[in-house]
Structure formats: structure tokens, C-alpha cells
Design a binder for this molecule. Structure first.
Ligand code: 1WB
Ligand code: MN
Length: 351
């Protein structure tokens, strides 16, 4: 049995031609939504240019992607339908394309069960249908969790409309990965300049805001076993833990919270959240995250194809941490959080 550390990359983006085609239609329609900057850049650009290459890499699953994994010793990618997922479509289109994307994901995993796992998509635009698709994705397709690209029509998952989605995820024991999209309309204006709509800054602010809303709304008292995953080194939410705890007590006393919280926000963050390192190759941020959250709650990710694989591997290989912790972050934690077959089980079934 190999004792080499298993490298499982936990937030790796893909798309399917049908979704890309619909996003191209959205790119060509008039509109002012902040996501359109990205959508026009990737889905309505010639195949040859840099963003066109990103589109090709998103649509490729078994060619260049597997070669890149092999070249860098990446055992497995956990695949997610890339932002904005199906969340810019009308509800019927979104439901249909979510099911199609989940089917394709299950097919590629069936062809490469040791190389890919996948998080299922659903359409928050139609919560009851989303719950049905969530159940199908876990119980029939055997996918490993869920992805949602932050807000939907400028609403966040703390809204009671979406509680059935949170309830289903908890009941299915399946983690919801909240991946960014551009900031919602109400806070978009200052992000229009300097490329700030993107992963440069806007994405983190958008998802960080989403996470803080969830914690303050009380949904983790209602759904205490709900698990949320945040990428990009937790979008820095835990860096603010002391201030959020302190100020949320004041907000509570001033009657600004809807519900008397059972725990402090930092306690919800440790209990109900895990984070990944996607796209953040900073040893100091990693050390802080391990100390603040516990090593069990930190998972490695690359952010393929938006960021290159080799530096993400070099970052983790050279992290000044114990080999035991490195193995947890590289793969052991992902096996637990996303219910993957363990390395031993993989060896036994293939050998
Ligand atoms: C980029 C990065 C674009 C991410 C994305 O589109 C996502 C980018 C959905 O750098 O252009 C990301 O997840 O970091
Ligand atoms: Mn990402």
C-alpha cells in the first residue's frame, strides 16, 4: 500500500457546453449586472485568446485536466460547476441545466472514480425543485456535496425562502460549498473599477458577507449540523472573529438580531464551517487558519483552471507544518467532509 500523501484538490471548476452556450446568450443580452463583466469575458470571447482558453479548460474534463493532474501528482479533483453556475438563468432553465450538469458529473466520475468526485448544483430560484434535485444528486447520483455561487437574484441563503435547501443539506449530511460570484446589485457600484468585481476583492467580500449573514440570522441554531465550506482561505471571515463576536453582542443588545443566538459567530464558524486554500498560497494565512479553526477544518484546493496547479502543490509541499497536518489538509479532511472513499479503500478496490 502506498503511504504517499493523497492530494485531493477540493474546489476545481468545470462547465458543460449547454451551460456555456446559455451564458454566451446572457453575455450578448443587454444588462448591467456585475457578473456580466466575467461572463462576457469568458463565454463570449474567441477560442484563441486567454479567456477563451479558460473556457476550453473549463469544458475539458478528461484531456488536458487529467494530464495536468498527472504531471503534478494530484490524485483527485473535486469538481464544481463554475460560477455563476445556473443562478443567472430563469428558474425552469436553471433546474434543467442543474440536472444535466449533475448527470454529466456523475458520468465522468463513473469513468474515473479515483480521479474525480463532484459537488452537485441546484437552482435556488426554485427551492422546492432544488430540494428534489439535491436528494437525487446524493441518493441516486452519489455526488459528494453541493455548490452554490453565493447570492441568487440578490438574495442570500438566510432568507426563509431558502431554508428548505439548508434543511435538505443537513438531512443529507452533505456540505454546501459557497463559491463566489460578483457582488450583488445592492453593493456592486464600488466594485466596478480596477477589476475589483473579481477574485481580486469582490468575490471575497460577497461570500464573506453571505457567511456573516448566515451566522447572525440564527440558521445554525435551526440547522445545527449544517456544514458550509468557504474557499479562498475562508474568504478571510475568521480573521474578523474577535470583532464579529464583540460587535454581534452589541447588535444583540440593541435588538438588531432576529433571534437570540445560542453561540458566538466564531463558535458557529468552527462548528459549522470548513475552509479551503483555493487560490491563496500564503503560508502565514494558512498558519493563522490552522490555529484559529483547527487543522481538521482546513482543506487544500487549487482553483483550477483559474490558477495553475504547480504553485498550489509547491505551496502545500513547502508549508512549515507537520507531515501529519499536511496529510490532513492535502486529503484526509476532504475524505471526511465530502464522504470520499479513503485511500485504503481505493487501494483495496483497485488492487
Ligand atoms: C476567476 C477566478 C474567475 C475564480 C472565476 O469565475 C472564478 C478569475 C467564476 O480569476 O477570473 C475563482 O474561483 O477564483
Ligand atoms: Mn474559486
Amino acid at each position: 500500500m502506498s503511504s504517499r500523501v493523497r492530494r485531493i484538490a477540493a474546489e476545481e471548476a468545470f462547465s458543460i457546453p449547454e451551460v456555456a452556450e446559455r451564458l454566451r446568450e446572457i453575455a450578448r443580452a443587454p444588462g448591467h449586472n456585475l457578473d456580466l463583466l466575467l461572463v462576457r469575458g469568458i463565454y463570449d470571447t474567441p477560442a484563441g485568446d486567454e479567456r477563451g482558453r479558460t473556457r476550453e479548460r473549463l469544458l475539458d474534463l478528461e484531456g488536458e485536466r487529467l494530464r495536468d493532474m498527472d504531471a503534478n501528482g494530484v490524485d483527485m479533483q473535486i469538481l464544481l460547476l463554475t460560477a455563476p453556475g445556473v443562478q443567472m438563468f430563469d428558474a425552469d432553465t436553471a433546474c434543467d441545466l442543474a440536472a444535466l450538469a449533475n448527470d454529466r458529473l456523475a458520468e465522468v466520475i463513473a469513468r474515473h472514480p479515483t480521479r474525480f468526485a463532484g459537488l452537485a448544483t441546484f437552482a435556488p430560484q426554485a427551492p422546492a425543485r432544488a430540494v428534489k434535485e439535491m436528494e437525487r444528486a446524493i441518493q441516486q447520483l452519489r455526488l459528494n456535496g453541493f455548490v452554490v455561487n453565493s447570492h441568487t437574484n440578490n438574495e442570500y441563503l438566510d432568507h426563509p425562502r431558502y431554508w428548505p435547501i439548508l434543511e435538505a443539506a443537513e438531512a443529507l449530511d452533505a456540505c454546501i460549498y459557497i463559491h463566489p460570484r460578483a457582488p450583488s446589485d445592492g453593493m456592486a457600484a464600488p466594485f466596478r473599477d480596477y477589476g475589483m468585481d473579481t477574485a481580486l476583492w469582490g468575490y471575497g467580500v460577497e461570500v464573506g458577507t453571505h457567511a456573516v449573514r448566515l451566522m447572525l440570522s440564527g440558521v445554525f441554531d435551526r440547522f445545527p449540523k449544517l456544514k458550509i465550506c468557504l474557499g479562498h482561505m475562508g474568504e478571510a471571515v475568521h480573521f474578523w472573529r474577535w470583532r464579529i463576536d464583540y460587535m454581534s453582542q452589541l447588535a444583540q443588545r440593541r435588538g438588531r438580531l432576529p433571534h437570540k443566538l445560542e453561540l458566538k459567530p466564531s463558535e458557529y464558524f468552527r462548528r459549522n464551517f470548513v475552509i479551503t486554500t483555493s487560490g491563496v498560497e500564503d503560508h502565514l494565512a494558512l498558519e493563522y487558519s490552522i490555529k484559529a479553526l483547527g487543522v481538521e477544518n482546513v482543506l487544500w484546493a487549487i482553483d483550477y483552471p483559474y490558477q495553475p496547479t504547480a504553485p498550489a502543490v509547491a505551496f502545500m509541499d513547502s508549508a512549515p507544518i507537520s507531515d501529519e497536518d499536511r496529510a490532513k489538509i492535502y486529503g484526509g479532511n476532504a475524505e471526511r467532509v465530502f464522504h470520499l472513499a479513503s485511500a485504503q479503500a481505493e487501494v483495496a478496490s483497485s488492487g
